[in-house]
Write a protein that binds this ligand. Structure first.
Ligand code: ADP
Ligand code: MG
Ligand code: MG
Length: 251
């Protein structure tokens, strides 16, 4: 589904952040990406989503048979990529519902499908809001405006449930969540998991991985994936920090 080869990317000021990153994600898999602050985790998510302000200088990204880097950000979303931001954006004046109806219809138009019917849309809203226990009122309010931190994160998963992406990238969706919200967000993600889609979880903490079981855990350090393992690696990181891996890599 996703094949990243030797990816190098810089920020506009010219500083290189991703320095030859490789990652292979297959349908049905959950990958966790961990790593110290400033290692490039959010940059990777932004580069994959096609956010402005980053320049890819080398390498390739294949997304389900298409050259991802050739696509505009909006077309990446239409191809089925979804990014839940570390800091969800507020969109004053646009209700959550209208935002999602427009997004779903844009995706359908791109795929040459008919618009979603009012009945199907409402049924989807009901299912998705139940999934993350999102208050009905939040669905009709302006996107994220005045939402608490936890509500914003839940809303990201609500949006994900509505859009049914092939690949979802969750950038620190767990940070700032209390235990209840963490459970709700994780259950939402687990229910959306299938053999057809894949999930990349970017997280600082092992805690999230108690709820969402990753198939692989990767350590990102200074713009490269320097170690790959399983859930046990996350536990080891929690226990010993990141320095030992850098030393191991240096050797
Ligand atoms: P992480 O998410 O792993 O904490 P980031 O990807 O946010 O790390 O940042 C990686 C490095 O890139 C940091 O040193 C950060 O300061 C730098 N960086 C990220 N975005 C920009 C930007 N727009 N301009 C300058 N530096 C940036
Ligand atoms: Mg290189
Ligand atoms: Mg980050």
């Amino acid at each position: 589904m996703l094949s990243i080869k030797n990816l190098h990317a810089s920020v506009e000021e010219g500083q290189e952040i991703l320095k030859g990153l490789n990652l292979e994600v297959k349908a049905g898999e959950v990958h966790a990406i961990m790593g110290p602050n400033g290692s490039g985790k959010s940059t990777l998510a932004s580069v994959l989503a096609g956010k402005d302000g980053y320049e890819v200088t080398e390498g390739s990204v294949d997304f389900d048979g298409t050259d991802l880097l050739d696509l505009k950000a909006e077309d990446r979303a239409k191809e089925g990529m979804f990014l839940a931001f570390q800091y969800p954006v507020e969109i004053p004046g646009v209700s959550n519902i209208n935002f999602l109806r427009t997004a779903i219809n844009e995706i359908r138009e791109y795929r040459k499908e008919d618009k979603i019917s009012a009945k199907d849309f409402l049924a989807k809203v009901k299912d998705a809001s139940n999934l993350v226990e999102l208050d009905n009122k939040l669905a009709s309010r302006a996107v994220n405006v005045g939402f608490s931190g936890g509500e914003k994160k839940r809303n990201e998963i609500f949006q994900m449930a509505m859009l049914e992406p092939k690949l979802a990238i969750l950038d620190e969706t767990d940070s700032g969540l209390d235990i209840d919200a963490l459970r709700i967000v994780s259950e939402g993600v687990n229910k959306l998991k299938s053999e057809k889609n894949a999930i990349i979880l970017i997280t600082h903490y092992q805690r999230l991985l108690d709820y969402i079981k990753p198939d692989f855990v990767h350590v990102l350090s200074e713009g490269q994936i320097i170690k790959t393992g399983t859930k046990e690696l996350a536990l080891e990181l929690e226990d010993k920090g990141y320095d030992w891996i850098n030393e191991e890599t240096a050797q």
